[in-house]
Structures are given as C-alpha cells and as structure tokens.
Design a protein around this ligand. Structure first.
Ligand code: ADP
Ligand code: MG
Length: 210
C-alpha cells in the first residue's frame, strides 16, 4: 500500500469521524465531558488542511504528519494518544514506499505500544486500548496465517468493532470516565468507538484501492 492509499485512509477517517461526530460526542456525554466527537472532527479536519499532508510522499510521512497535527490541534486526552499512535506507526514504517503486511503489523504494534506507554491503560480499563489491542492481535494472527491483505484488514476492523462493543460492560479505570466508578458501566467508550471507525476506514481504503 503506497502513500496514496494511506492518504485515502486518513481522508476516509476524517469523513467517518465527521459523520459520527454527534454520536461520539453523545457517547462522551454519558461518561465524560461531551467533547470527543468535536475534538476528533476538528483534529482530522486540521490534518486534511495541513500543507504537508498533501505533500507527504511515503506512507510513514502521511502517518507522521497526521499524528503531529492531532497532537497540536486536539485538546483532551485523545489528541496526544491518537497523535502518538499515528506518529509511532509512521516511524515504524520509515521511508518504505510500499510497506507490506508484516510492516503494517509492526506499525500497528508500535502504535499500541505508544498509546500504552503514554496512557498506561491496560486491556479491560475501558479505553481505546480495548479496540486497538484485539485489532492488532487479530491482524498479526491473520497475517501469520497467510491471509490476503483484504482478509487481514477485515479481521482488524472486525476485532476493533467487537472490542469497542465489549467496553459497554466494563468499568472505566483510566481517563475521565473513571471518575464515575461503577456508573461508567453500561456505556460504550467513545475512544474505543472512534478507534473502530478509524480502523474500518483503513479496511475500506485498502479495498477501494485494489
Ligand atoms: P477527554 O477525556 O480529555 O475529554 P476525549 O473525550 O477526546 O478526551 O477522549 C476520551 C477517550 O480517550 C476515552 O474514551 C478513552 O478511550 C481515551 N482515553 C482516556 N484516557 C486514556 C488512557 N489513559 N489510555 C488510553 N485511552 C485513554
Ligand atoms: Mg471528552
């Protein structure tokens, strides 16, 4: 997948986040401060508007400018967390013009490691990690088993979606939602929901390119 596919992924993420802005904000209203959709929509719009975004000539450069822009434009916990995820993934891809499935798997692992290093959340804490961790696992398993690109990305998106849905029954132990204690149970985590949307956009961008 070349820089154009990665750029298409980010453009598609921006669209789906914008279309789901109110839904994500409502999820955050239930267990946070009702800004997640607004934060992310503003951040992704800023990415699309960044001069370097259009010019980035490698997949790694596309992800790095995405992460840097999210860090500088998104307030709240999710900006730095998504920022570090995209930046670490970009760094892992380096200047490879057309990374394959193993490189992409390593980049996803690096993104997850970055999020956990910065936010110290473990699986089960009801955060974006509960979508990202099972998704990266499902992807590397599919790749190890010889799945096609589309098959592995479908497994990635499906696991993220299932992981986000599983946060409904969890009690939040990290982030703003943890202030609610047991009252955080019964609501989907907004960051896990947005992670599932972003990874579904990756699946769709790759499919559209093939
Ligand atoms: P804020 O909580 O500052 O208002 P957002 O509403 O934009 O920021 O994002 C909230 C999301 O950030 C949560 O739903 C959760 O998925 C994620 N999050 C918060 N804290 C952490 C953390 N320590 N590790 C991983 N993800 C986190
Ligand atoms: Mg919030």
């Amino acid at each position: 997948m070349d820089a154009e596919v990665f750029r298409a992924w980010i453009v598609s993420s921006a669209r789906t986040i914008e279309a789901s802005r109110d839904h994500l904000t409502q999820l955050d209203a239930a267990i946070g401060d009702a800004d997640h959709g607004i934060n992310l929509a503003r951040g992704f719009a800023a990415v699309l508007g960044a001069q370097e975004f259009g010019k980035a000539s490698s997949p790694g450069a596309v992800l790095t400018v995405t992460g840097s822009t999210l860090i500088s434009k998104v307030g709240g916990a999710s900006g730095p967390l998504y920022g570090v995820a995209f930046r670490r993934a970009g760094k892992a891809l380096g200047d490879d013009a057309d990374p394959g499935l193993h490189a992409l798997s390593a980049a996803l692992d690096a993104a997850l490691a970055g999020v956990q290093q910065l936010g110290a959340a473990r699986e089960g804490d009801k955060t974006m990690v509960d979508a990202l961790a099972p998704a990266t696992r499902a992807f590397s398993k599919a790749v190890a088993e010889g799945a096609s690109r589309d098959g592995a990305l479908a497994a990635l998106a499906e696991a993220a979606e299932a992981g986000a849905a599983a946060t409904i029954s969890m009690q939040a132990l990290k982030g703003r939602a943890s202030y609610l204690g047991p009252r955080s149970v019964g609501h989907e985590d907004p960051g896990a929901a947005s992670t599932a949307l972003i990874l579904a956009a990756l699946r769709d961008a790759a499919r559209a390119a093939s």
